[in-house]
Design a protein around this ligand. Structure first.
Ligand code: PMP
Length: 392
């Protein structure tokens, strides 16, 4: 039987660029020891006070259908958080609770794109972006950023691509590059959105993990609150990837329509998870402690790879990864990553998994204990140096 063009088109045909990851998992399943520095998954579980709250809520009987837009108490907590970060008045009517940031990204594109609309995103990009846009019926258009600019998008590039587009998706702090967009960058983003009447979808799921500069939400910029949908999540900030708890914050009318969408898709997020989320947001120390681990490992990576022949570390300004420019080895990110997996059973993501702009780079997730990370990076550095010496 024929399936819909929409669902068959989600992947866009061809590979999803995650072969390295699947290979590493297959080796592990076959009993080999592989050190995985691939996905953005913490090496610890959800903090105890959050789990206690989840447990208590479930035992107290909160196991039935949830209210679709989210618990008022949680929507209030998210609204207060966004109001504080953006200086924009935010109420419950501006917040939809979603099953993770990913569902928020999909809802946001569904809310603003008609079939066939051009929806811009930046390259390199988080792996699901093009598929999310296609699933919403729109056409993804990648706008390249450059390693030499620290992967900050150029206003002129945005302006050139924005003609006739409907939406622009940005992500700061950025996965995979670790870039935290500067005020100047965000002024350029906002200018393109206002000039070309775009919706701005701002993926801020790493907003608690900032190592240099400060996180600025484009929603805070003049004339942007009315055209910005902020996507947030507890996955990264509170090690709650499996709980599926995120949100979209935006203009009331857009949120009301996304509640319609939630009614016919997710039908809300379990109440016991939402009550745990209220606890999580009420204890700022939890997110500070989680972020601290990645800050420490990011510094460790910088120290370990300093001066290494064959690669250059791009100092991450935020998020839980570092990018390595391995072009001096003469290999593509993909060839390097497969060779490293073959030789040392260390799995890192090829830059090419995240688009063309990250070709010749690797993304290393800082998701194993410090001593193992240090040893893996030392091995990787020796491997790159030997390749670079051969290439010279
Ligand atoms: N955006 C970015 C940039 C991400 O890296 C991720 C997860 N890796 C998500 C959104 C989605 O996260 P979740 O659905 O778990 O909230």
């Amino acid at each position: 039987m024929r399936l819909s063009r929409r669902i068959e088109g989600i992947t866009g045909g061809g590979s999803d660029g995650w072969e390295l990851f699947y290979r590493a998992r297959a080796l592990k399943a076959a009993g080999e020891e592989v050190l995985e520095l691939t996905v953005g998954e913490h090496d610890w579980t959800t903090p105890r006070p959050i789990l206690d709250a989840m447990h208590a809520a479930a035992l107290a009987g909160h196991t039935g259908y949830a209210v679709v837009p989210g618990l008022t108490e949680l929507r209030q907590a998210v609204a207060a958080r966004l109001a504080e970060r953006t200086g924009v008045a935010t109420g419950v009517e501006n917040v939809l609770i979603t099953p993770g940031g990913q569902a928020g990204l999909f809802a946001a594109h569904m809310a603003v794109c008609d079939p066939g609309d051009r929806a811009l995103h930046l390259d390199p990009y988080y792996a699901t972006y093009p598929g999310t846009i296609r699933a919403a019926g729109a056409t993804p258009v990648a706008v390249e950023t450059r390693p030499d600019d620290g992967f900050q998008p150029r206003a002129a590039d945005l302006d050139a691509a924005a003609q006739g587009a409907r939406a622009l998706l940005v992500n700061t702090p950025n996965n995979p590059t670790g870039a935290v967009y500067s005020r100047a960058t965000l002024d350029g983003v906002a200018e393109a959105a206002r000039t070309h009447d775009l919706w701005l979808i701002s993926d801020e799921v790493y907003d608690t993990q900032v190592w240099e500069g400060t996180h600025l939400s484009p929603r805070a910029l003049p004339g942007m609150a009315e055209r910005t949908l902020v996507v947030g999540s507890l996955s990264k900030s509170h090690a709650m990837t499996g709980s599926r708890l995120g949100w979209v914050v935006g203009p009331e009318e857009a949120i009301a329509r996304m509640i319609d969408l939630a009614t016919v898709t997710t039908y809300g997020v379990p109440t016991f998870i939402q009550q745990a989320a209220v606890t999580a947001l009420g204890q700022p120390a939890l997110e500070r402690e989680g972020a601290e681990v990645f800050r420490r490992r990011r510094d460790l990576a910088a120290r370990t790879l300093d001066g290494c022949e064959g690669l250059r570390l791009l100092p991450a300004q935020g998020a839980m990864y570092v990018m390595l420019d391995i072009r001096p080895t003469g290999l593509s990110g993909e060839a390097f990553a497969h060779a490293l997996l073959d030789a040392h059973r260390i799995a890192v993501m090829p830059g090419e998994s995240f688009g063309q702009a990250a070709a010749g780079h690797l993304r290393v997730a800082l998701t194993v204990a410090d001593d193992r990370l240090e040893a893996a990076l030392e091995t990787l550095a020796r491997f790159a140096a030997a390749l670079a010496a051969e290439a010279a």
